[in-house]
Ligand binder design. Sequence first.
Ligand code: ADP
Ligand code: MG
Length: 242
Amino acid sequence: MGKIRVEGLKKSYGTNQVLKGIDIEVKQGEVLCVIGPSGSGKSTFLRCINLLEDITDGRVVVDDKDISDKGVDINKVRENIGMVFQHFNLFPHFNVLKNIMFAPVELGKQSAEQARTTALRLLERVGLSDKADAYPHQLSGGQKQRVAIARALAMNPDIMLFDEPTSALDPEMVGEVLGVMKDLAREGMTMMVVTHEMGFAREVADRVVFMDGGYIVEEGPPEEVFGRPKHERTISFLEKVL
Ligand code: ADP
Ligand code: MG
């Protein structure tokens, strides 16, 4: 049974149809990497999964519940789906601990004390125990992104979406963020990851999806998509990035 089922998903901005009918199923614990050229609709696709965008047509079903249904409580859906963006989006005026504690406390999911315990545990998990009192501007990009991951995990989601989480980082910091993501994958988190890190996709993805022009052009296990791509557009994209 699919954890996430996307059926005939379409998204338009005015007359610009960005997603032209996406069908995909992600299983519990599966890591799906989404690759493709800039402008192909990858971010829009992820944003539709946690309802940051109105869906124009089609359905997104999570745990057998149609979350695109009008009656659904969007905030409830989002609590269960963590998202990490290219540009960390940390609260600049809160220290690291407060950044992580904020949502669970604000939404009444945890007491301040519980949230603090959780935050400290998560900081340990992303290797930043010593940064609890630091402010975002005192952190490197890689550290900020690890805080952003800890913050997303603080809501105890069972799906994590990553939109190019390492694209804004200096090369020497990419590894520390990918390392945290690998740990999460190993622990069985269901993940959708838009990435340009083909090495990560090859190593960690259960399946790779290649998007172009608002469609999924090709999908399969990494060894197939990278090793024996079938479509001309996949081949020409991979020639450029590998
Ligand atoms: P990718 O992440 O693959 O680079 P995006 O999903 O960001 O692609 O964008 C796909 C297309 O959708 C682009 O042509 C972009 O201009 C358009 N688009 C994205 N977001 C918006 C928006 N909020 N309003 C209008 N057009 C948008
Ligand atoms: Mg994008």
